[in-house]
Design a binder for this molecule. Structure first.
Ligand SMILES: [Zn+2]
Length: 252
């Protein structure tokens, strides 16, 4: 395919009303944008898209969320959204960046611009939840990876909600990990040995969040189905985890 139009992504972000937009830095001359939506002191959910440039459904879902979705929780949650962490990869429909690095597994490197941008953004921040939006070119259905702390897992509930809009991958093993009805609770030590320190592992193990979900939509499905799947997963993270927690804290 030809080059994807990143200007269109920037224009859609800038057209969202009621949010603050920041430029976190540039990759090959393309701005990486951060969108902040909601109350300043509320628990924060970080939504990330576009780490892999050949997985556009994550970018589309992040944009769709900004264009209509977050307002219903505006009194209790703040959203930090990076719709496209790797704009060069997105433009070129490439899994790797311009240096031929898989950014998702390059957290420990200090010479990758996308990683420097991400590190600058997460520095000193703790998120109530993080959801990283990806897609899988080979999977027959949606699945997710979940790392969770003391609030308990939400993966099963997410998959139940996603199943209303998108097929689920029900295989017992996905990408070499044990999966139960589309939910993988990864063995982080195995992943680390296999691939190095990935962004999700780093954000979770370095204390930036107690709940991290990597949402994988199936590329074989139409874009609107993949977007709906990601939005359903985001909805469960906010509604079941973060939003009630905030209300419980206020009642105390
Ligand atoms: Zn991916």
């Amino acid at each position: 395919m030809g080059q994807r139009d990143y200007d269109a992504v920037v224009e859609r972000v800038e057209a969202v009303s009621g949010v603050d937009v920041y430029e976190l830095g540039e990759v090959e001359g393309l701005p990486v944008l951060r969108v902040s939506a909601g109350k300043g002191d509320a628990p924060v959910v970080y939504i990330n898209g576009g780490t892999h440039g050949d997985e556009p459904a994550g970018v589309e879902a992040a944009l769709a969320f900004l264009e209509g979705g977050w307002e219903r929780w505006v009194d209790g949650v703040r959203f930090e959204v990076i719709p496209c962490l790797c704009p060069w990869s997105y433009v070129h429909n490439a899994r790797l960046n311009a240096q031929e690095v898989d950014v998702n597994w390059a957290f420990l490197r200090d010479d990758v611009p996308e990683i420097e941008i991400l590190k600058g953004f997460v520095e000193g921040r703790v998120f109530a939840g993080v959801i990283d939006l990806h897609e899988d070119w080979e999977s027959p259905g949606f699945y997710l990876y979940e790392m969770f702390g003391d609030r308990g897992p939400l993966g099963r509930e997410m998959v139940t909600r996603v199943a209303r809009v998108c097929p689920i991958n029900k295989e017992a093993e996905i990408e070499g990990e044990v999966a139960v009805d589309g939910v993988i609770h990864p063995n982080m030590e195995v992943a680390r040995r296999k691939y190095g320190e990935g962004i999700p592992i780093a954000l979770y193990q370095r204390g930036h969040t107690g709940h991290l979900v990597t949402s994988e939509s199936p590329t074989a499905q139409p874009m609107d189905v993949r977007v709906a799947a990601h939005l359903a997963a985001i909805e469960v993270m906010v509604e079941v985890n973060v939003y009630p927690q905030m209300n419980a804290d206020e009642r105390r």
